[in-house]
Ligand binder design. Structure first.
Ligand SMILES: CN(C)c1ccc(C(=O)NC[C@H]2N[C@H](CO)[C@@H](O)[C@@H]2O)cc1
Length: 472
């Protein structure tokens, strides 16, 4: 018996050590700018309100973008666009809508943001039933519900299971075989959108479909089947007009948002050069979705759920050989422990991802604003955080707490320009900089934009550097 126990421990020991000594390595892959610097993206989804807006546009004005930057130092926006607005009739694209999108993209570009265009859907679209319920996304001409009913539900998520919604998705994914061209229509719409923004310096990526749902197909049958095929067709069409913008892909929302592993397969990027595909999961841990709050006993449950989510995301990103950007995370900020939960997710993404977009900037209790006048709510201070906007090398470790901000990175060939660090005023009334690098480095501080620039001369690929900034 004793021998059996010893054998069991020896067999289990490697796994046990791995869990106990888990060290979160920095991101293994990252998005780069035109100087090869690794980008850390920090911002919001803009905006949930676009789903119901008659012009399919977000609530923001140019001044609101300025206020968001001044109070939170963001450099990223996941900007919602709608297929129904882009292509109101098959093959007919609304250039006035694209002009309005471009105007708002320019507002963000003016503040130095990177813009991810998100082809957003929820519940397939508003035309799956005559009552035009809460859905958004697909245009009427691409919606075939075969006259099946769609009842409103207390929980909006359950409308996904209504017969008319399920059928509309089944036709789109060609599960029925009755409308085989819809995926090609969708890919053609992406080609048109990409042709418009291919040369816009602020547009960093295209998020091919928000929270995909497979209808009658779920899990690997869906993700490795029609979903991957849709992504391949979109990649082909996009790369006909845009070789360089990064393409963001999501697994299915069901289960994967909670932390179940995605079955998305590796996707080939038909561009000349290194692939530019990003894995862009959403995070809504199941305990939180079931109404638990991030406090007391349930905090440990949620933390375990976050670790499971994080491990699943890393496995999928490794299979895709892609960097990770968290496309959505968020909650009702009026709940207990809400600020701590957001802080926890920001810390998690600093160890595994190179970006995150909070859901969302709306005036709905989830967002940063207490009212339409943009009175700061509790989320503002949490999202006003030191982070490395751009790193002149391969990030190894990023960490931030009351003691200060720390960054370790290694020099890479083909990278130029300074490392850029945002320092929020509330945490850094002044600051002290320490650079662990051979002599010759320089720094510059932009008080108005609150960006610290650290320029380290090259000493050879693989050389490791460390930057520490503490409040003074
Ligand atoms: C049953 N299905 C398919 C389902 C259920 C629940 C969500 C969801 O909560 N998503 C989280 C947030 N993401 C959207 C915007 O993308 C928000 O409306 C949700 O709160 C999605 C899909």
């Amino acid at each position: 018996m004793k021998r059996l126990a010893v054998l069991a421990v020896l067999l289990l020991l490697p796994g046990l050590l791995a869990v106990l000594t888990r060290h979160d390595p920095g991101p293994t892959r990252y998005i780069t700018d035109d100087r090869g610097r690794a980008l850390f993206l920090h911002g919001f989804n803009t905006s949930g309100s676009a789903k119901g807006d008659p012009e399919h546009l977000p609530w923001i004005t140019e001044d609101d973008v300025r206020t968001e930057y001044d109070l939170m130092g963001t450099n990223f926006v996941r900007f919602l666009v709608q297929w129904q607005a882009l292509e109101p009739a098959r093959g007919v694209y609304d250039e006035e809508y694209l002009d309005a999108v471009a105007e708002r993209v320019d507002w963000y570009a003016e503040r130095g943001h990177h813009v991810l265009l998100d082809m957003h859907q929820d519940l397939y679209g508003r035309h799956t039933s005559p009552e035009e319920h809460s859905g958004n996304g697909a245009p009427a001409w691409a919606t075939h519900n075969d006259g099946l009913p769609v009842e409103s539900r207390d929980m909006w998520e359950l409308v996904y299971l209504e017969p008319g919604v399920m059928r509309s998705f089944d036709h789109f994914w060609n599960t029925t075989g009755a409308h085989p061209g819809l995926m090609d229509d969708y890919a053609a719409a992406w080609r048109h959108l990409a042709a418009r923004f291919a040369d816009h310096p602020a547009v960093i990526g295209y998020d091919l479909m928000n929270e995909p749902f497979g209808g009658s197909l779920q899990g690997p049958d869906f993700e490795a089947g029609p979903l991957a095929e849709l992504y391949r067709r979109c990649l082909t069409r996009i790369r006909e007009v845009d070789q360089d913008t990064w393409v963001f892909v999501e697994g299915q929302a069901v289960g994967v948002n909670w932390g179940f592993p995605s079955a998305l397969p590796y996707l080939t990027d038909p561009r000349d050069g290194e692939p530019r595909i990003v894995y862009a999961p959403h995070a809504y841990p199941l305990p939180m979705d079931l109404g638990r709050s991030y406090e007391g006993d349930s905090r440990e449950t949620v933390d375990t759920s976050i670790r499971i989510w994080s491990d699943s995301v890393r496995v999928t990103a490794e299979r895709l050989e892609a960097p990770i950007v968290l496309g959505e995370f968020g909650l009702d900020m009026s709940g207990p422990g809400a600020g701590d939960y957001v802080r926890r997710m920001l810390e998690e993404t600093e160890s595994m991802a190179t970006g995150r977009a909070y859901w969302s900037n709306d005036h709905d209790g989830w967002g940063p604003w207490a009212d339409e006048d943009l009175t700061p709510g509790p989320l503002v201070e949490v999202m006003s955080r030191a982070y490395p906007r751009a790193v002149a090398g391969r990030p190894v470790e990023v960490s931030y707490d009351a003691a200060g901000f720390r960054l370790r990175f290694t020099e890479r060939d083909g990278v130029s320009g300074p490392t850029e660090i945002h320092l929020p005023a509330h945490a850094f009334p002044d600051h002290e900089l320490t650079v662990d690098a051979p002599a010759g480095w320089t720094s510059d501080w932009d008080e108005e934009r609150r960006i610290l620039y650290v320029d380290i001369p090259r000493h050879g690929a693989g050389t490791e550097y460390a930057i520490t900034v503490v409040p003074a």
